[in-house]
Ligand binder design. Structure first.
Ligand code: GYE
Length: 305
């Protein structure tokens, strides 16, 4: 009996393949670290693949994981469409897929065991509601420029949708420019420079789909000779440390939290499903909040990502 339970212990070591989006932002780095630590701390083996924000890299990685007969695949899809075939291949091979952070736009939800991630539409609504309140006494027009995330990604699509849903109820708001900054600082800066060149003093608000793009844009605003946080209201998403630093310096106004530290929660779900054979809910949400400039200095030392 003692031996049998020893065997049981040994069989609980899983091989887990993780197809990550890339390394485009502070959020992503924190998420990768959280997942890697949680998997290896639990005694499982990790096979990691960085997709470099390219769909074809991710499809290749998943096919490799299938060939290697891993016990589970964790998958953060860079875009929402085009993964149906490869997910079907994983299902046919009997390997459960755990969608992490981003979901897919596929009808057949038997292609994944669960999706653990944030509600990006709700994050967009929070950004919109904050702005409506902040501008309550303004007559308008309020001119907004938008830095979108990676084209076709769930957080770009959903953060746009949620924000537009809220500001759409008020005539004074207008999105005068909207373009992708690919969720990176460098691209966020570059696109903001172009916005400033064409619309300069007319821009009242920047809504960036993540903090990294907002931080890049803040640099562009300063170089243009305007004060970010004052002349142009700056809204970001993620609540990474860099955003708290920018807020503490008075250069950024608000960030909507998107928590990347769900590694331990994900490992628990994988073990429940793969080892204990439990069915999981198809959608599990990560809890999050929102933080403003006046809270930044106090909260900065407590931030874990
Ligand atoms: O907001 C952004 C990252 O999918 C929630 O991807 C994630 C987003 C995050 O590049 O910074």
């Amino acid at each position: 009996e003692g031996e049998a339970s020893g065997d049981e212990g040994a069989s609980e070591k899983l091989v887990i393949g993780f197809s990550q989006v890339g390394a485009e932002s502070e959020w992503r780095t924190a998420n990768t670290e959280s997942m890697k630590a949680a998997i290896t701390d639990a005694g499982h083996e990790l096979k990691f693949s960085d997709g470099q924000q390219k769909q074809e890299n991710q499809i290749k990685a998943i096919r490799t994981f299938i060939t290697q007969k891993v016990d589970a695949i964790v998958f953060s899809p860079v875009v929402e469409t085009g993964f149906e075939t490869v997910l079907q291949e994983a299902k046919d091979a009997g390997i459960p897929v755990f969608l992490a952070d981003r979901s897919v736009d596929i009808e057949d939800d038997s292609l994944w065991a669960t999706f653990l991630g944030s509600d990006f539409v709700e994050e967009g609504r929070k950004a919109g509601n904050w702005l409506v309140e902040e501008m309550a006494d303004e007559e308008g027009p309020v001119n907004i420029v938008e830095l979108q995330g990676t084209v076709g990604s769930a957080p770009a699509n959903d953060r746009k949708e949620g924000f537009e849903e809220i500001i759409g109820d008020h005539d004074k708001f207008e999105i005068i420019k909207s373009q992708t900054g690919e969720f990176t600082r460098a691209k966020g800066k570059e696109v903001m420079e172009a916005f400033l060149k064409s619309d300069g003093e007319n821009i009242d608000v920047l809504y960036a789909h993540n903090d990294d793009m907002a931080i890049g844009a803040i640099q562009a605003i300063e170089e243009y000779g305007l004060k970010p946080g004052e002349d142009i209201i700056v809204i970001g998403v993620d609540a990474v440390k860099g955003a708290f630093e920018a807020m503490a310096a008075g250069k950024m106004n608000v960030t909507i939290e998107c928590n990347p530290l769900f590694g331990p929660q994900m490992v628990e779900l994988i073990e429940k499903h793969v080892i204990d054979g439990e069915e999981l809910e198809k959608r599990i949400a990560v809890e999050e909040s929102m933080y403003t400039m006046d809270q930044a200095e106090e909260l900065l030392p407590t931030r874990k990502y």
